[in-house]
Design a protein around this ligand. Structure first.
Ligand code: GLN
Length: 502
């Protein structure tokens, strides 16, 4: 590693935790290494706000605890926080102009738990505006660039920068570029798993209710799931344990104990039944995704699992139902940004005009599109035809999964129908962009846990992920299967951004 500024950032979270406990290096050294990398990766635009002073202060406190042998589970671990989580006194933007200057007076439950566990905050990660998108290009703060590039000899020599996926693209890019050891993300329709797949990292969307939504800027409340993004499955298990748990401040949070997910990583999946749903073989699926999926089935069979073909008959209705329900909830959630209580205000002669001018100036095109769709499908006369119908479809999708899980223990599918696309592609075509979520959205509608693991490279040299979906609250099960896939895939490639610097 010649001009790479840091040696310690190559460690996984588990390795760093163990090294810190053995006092092989200090939390300060580790944090300084990460701060140096955060500076080097600025061209990727992965962070909206960097918080190096806060990071060093948190590292100091962690070092003091470690010296007294009072270490906590994440003491001294530097992480990035998706800028959708409210952080007390630290600018929180949701990637939107409308939250200009918003410094929350409170901390989200998930980030509070992470700080209580000893984690160190490097900064707030860039995202699609209000988490609406699949490319992290709709942020008011500019697009995120993926640290990966196509091979120079790939598709007609097209070496344009590619998207990091979305909406948690800044989190994914930061973790992939070794500018954070782990990150928080949120997943409403795929926003943890799809960027994880595009950036070659692990992304876990837990069961709805497992991680509190309190203090997370709401997109679509019945679909929003906070979760971890990491470089390894073990790291995801460690992060999830710290982030999860019942929270009285979120009425949909589950009053269940949080298992030791790391201890559940036994590598043993013999006899597990793995469902392979035939409806996910969608038209126009690239051959390389289909082949990787088959490879995943073979890997699990070799590890002693029992793959079985299953049917999830309502799969094809999931995406259209999602793109009604999510905008409907978003239009209601976003009504609070009126220029009175938060952020931006555009002055005007009357109150109504102030609302209009503020919202017109504060929201980007995609957010405005969602608000329009949402208010339309909720309006009198259309409510039954669209919103109610979509809710019925949602129940059918959930029932498909419930039936499947009478037969199987987990389900294996691809994470996304493609590798990362070039920045600028798909942006004028909303439908093409929405189609990217075809494999991730069903698990959100059903609230089920799902994880994406890097499993291979596309012909162009970009990462591709495989996804495991599990029974409600069986994060342990999907983590175990994911780790078996991870070892079989031996995904050790580094993104061009790092490889070029080493
Ligand atoms: N791409 C999907 C959307 O735009 C999902 C986003 C998300 O999961 N936050 O709604």
């Amino acid at each position: 590693m010649s001009d790479w500024p840091a040696a310690l950032t190559a460690l996984s979270l588990a390795e760093a935790r163990d090294g810190l406990a053995r006092r092989e290096f200090s939390a300060r050294e580790l944090t300084e290494n990460y701060i140096a990398v955060v500076e080097v990766v600025r061209p990727l635009n992965a962070f909206i706000t960097e918080t190096p002073d806060q990071a060093l202060a948190m590292a100091k406190a962690a070092d003091e605890r470690l010296a007294r042998a009072e270490g906590r589970p994440l003491d001294g671990i530097p992480i990035a926080v998706k800028d959708l989580f409210c952080t007390k006194g630290v600018l929180t933007t949701a990637g939107s102009h409308i939250l200009d200057g918003f410094h929350p007076p409170y901390e989200s439950t998930v980030t509070e738990k992470l700080w209580q566990a000893g984690a160190v905050m490097l900064g707030k990660a860039n995202l699609d505006e209000f988490a609406m998108g699949s490319s992290s290009t709709t942020s008011y703060y500019g697009p995120v660039e993926n640290p990966w590039r196509r091979r120079p000899n790939g598709r007609a020599g097209d070496n344009r920068p590619v998207v990091a996926g979305g909406s948690s693209g800044g989190s994914a890019a930061a973790v992939a570029a070794h500018a954070a050891m782990a990150a928080t993300g949120t997943d409403t329709g795929g926003s943890i798993r799809q960027p994880a797949s595009f950036c070659g990292i692990v992304g876990l969307k837990p069961t709805y209710g497992r991680c509190s939504r309190w203090g997370v800027v709401a997109y679509a409340s019945s679909l929003d799931h906070p979760g971890p993004m990491t470089r390894t499955v073990r790291d995801a298990a460690i992060m999830l344990r710290a982030m999860a748990g019942h929270d009285l401040k979120d009425s949909t949070s589950a009053p269940l104990p949080v298992p030791d997910y790391e201890a559940g990583l036994t590598g043993e999946i013999r006899g597990m039944r793995i469902g392979v749903p035939r409806e996910y073989r969608v038209e126009q699926m690239p051959g390389e995704i289909e082949a990787l999926w088959q490879q995943g089935v073979d890997w699990l069979r070799e590890a002693g699992a029992d793959p079985v073909e299953i049917s999830l008959p309502h799969t094809k209705y999931a995406l259209p139902a999602y793109y009604i329900i999510a905008p409907a909830e978003a239009s209601s959630n976003l009504a609070r940004y009126d220029g009175v209580r938060f952020g931006l205000r555009v002055g005007a002669a009357s109150l109504d005009e102030m609302y209009e001018l503020t919202r017109a100036a504060g929201f980007g095109a995609e957010v405005r599109r969602r608000v329009l769709i949402g208010t339309f499908v909720l309006s009198a006369g259309y409510y039954d035809a669209y919103y109610l119908k979509a809710q019925r479809v949602r129940a059918l999708v959930a029932r498909d999964f419930a039936k499947a899980f009478e037969e199987v223990d987990a389900i294996l599918v691809p994470t996304a129908p493609s590798a990362a696309f070039a920045i600028g592609d798909n942006t004028d075509d909303s439908i093409a962009m929405y189609l990217n979520d075809v494999f991730t959205v069903p698990a959100n509608l059903a609230g089920l846990p799902a994880i994406s693991v890097p499993a291979g490279l596309s012909a162009d040299g970009l990462p591709l992920g495989l996804q495991i979906i599990g029974r409600a609250f069986d994060e342990e099960g999907i983590l175990r299967v994911a780790q078996v896939l991870e070892s079989a895939a031996e995904f050790r490639h580094l993104p061009a951004f790092i490889a070029g610097k080493t």
